[in-house]
Design a protein around this ligand. Structure first.
Ligand SMILES: Cc1cc2nc3c(=O)[nH]c(=O)nc-3n(C[C@H](O)[C@H](O)[C@H](O)COP(=O)(O)OP(=O)(O)OC[C@H]3O[C@@H](n4cnc5c(N)ncnc54)[C@H](O)[C@@H]3O)c2cc1C
Length: 262
């Protein structure tokens, strides 16, 4: 780890202004991704701006939405009776992230900001048509995720909350990496006020929707409607865990399992 200075922010404005003036500042939430990256010297921020002193954790219902504060841990989302009652698929997704240590430290804001192509939350955000609320503005999930580890966030912009519209029904199924539990492929299917949405994580450089599956489910909402839809493997992720062709196959399998679970 390289040397850095540490600042525990006392307010959102304090965090934002420290970040804006730092030469190479980074926000610290649960530290589950950032600290290992720094230990491996893959990241070398000069200033760490700790968000744990700011009141940004908590879950509340606002109209037809469930609003999750950015510093809310995965464990808190998984065990929230409000989330379990309104969007059980979101509670189950959070329960399936990593291990107890990761779930007790890792936050939704950190996960979403990191935009790991194999992370689970991006599938829920895009699948439910969620809104990312920041220190500057509100963005739709599809505007927010712009590529592999890339988001629309500006250098000094801080995620404050994620707002999820409550769906009619939803389910998430993933084929997890057996060691980390990250998604080799994960598919989130939701029946929303704006139609059926199918969001895929793990397979590509960033989370994406599958329009063909959405159309097939709109006319026949059954596991068989999506199981055999061929997914083009070109451009999909390929690594020691799974080939692009295998990931393409898994998209259909996970989508049909998600529909069966609804
Ligand atoms: C062993 C292991 C297994 C894991 N398994 C899974 C898994 O199965 N599924 C999964 O989805 N994830 C998994 N993760 C990742 C985990 O969910 C992390 O918690 C998450 O990626 C980062 O959240 P964090 O709060 O720890 O963020 P940090 O590590 O503190 O920060 C991550 C990045 O986000 C930025 N950031 C943090 N908060 C904000 C904010 N409010 N606004 C703007 N930027 C912010 C930071 O500057 C940093 O760049 C795993 C991690 C580990 C170590």
């Amino acid at each position: 780890m390289y040397e850095f200075s540490y600042h525990k922010a006392s307010s959102l404005e304090d965090a934002r202004s420290t970040l804006a003036t730092a030469e190479d500042g980074k926000l610290l939430a649960g530290g589950m991704t950032l600290l290992p990256t720094m230990k491996q010297r893959l990241a070398a921020p000069t200033v760490l701006v700790d968000l744990t002193g700011i009141d940004m954790a908590g879950i509340e219902g606002k109209g037809d939405n469930i609003v999750v504060g950015a510093m809310t841990t995965h464990a808190a989302v998984a065990s929230s009776s409000l989330v379990q009652q309104t969007i059980p698929a979101l509670a189950a997704l959070a329960e399936g992230i990593g291990d107890p240590q990761v779930r007790n430290r890792g936050t939704i804001g950190g996960s979403v900001a990191n935009a790991d192509p194999a992370a689970d939350y991006p599938a829920a955000l895009v699948g439910l048509g969620a809104t990312v609320v920041t220190s500057k503005r509100s963005l739709s999930a599809e505007e927010f995720f712009t590529g592999m580890f890339e988001t629309a966030l500006a250098e000094d912009e801080i995620i404050t909350a994620v707002s999820f519209p409550v769906p009619e029904a939803a389910a998430y199924q993933k084929f997890p990496n057996p060691a980390s539990r990250y998604a080799i492929v994960g598919v989130f299917v939701a029946k929303t006020a704006n139609g059926i949405r199918v969001a895929v994580t793990g397979a590509g450089g960033s989370v994406f929707r599958n329009a063909e599956m959405e159309q097939a489910l709109a006319s026949n909402f059954s596991p068989d409607a999506v199981k055999n839809i061929a997914v083009d493997s070109s451009g999909l992720n390929e690594d020691i865990h799974a080939s692009a062709e295998y990931r393409a196959h898994l998209v259909g399998v996970m989508a049909s399992r998600a529909v069966a679970a609804m």
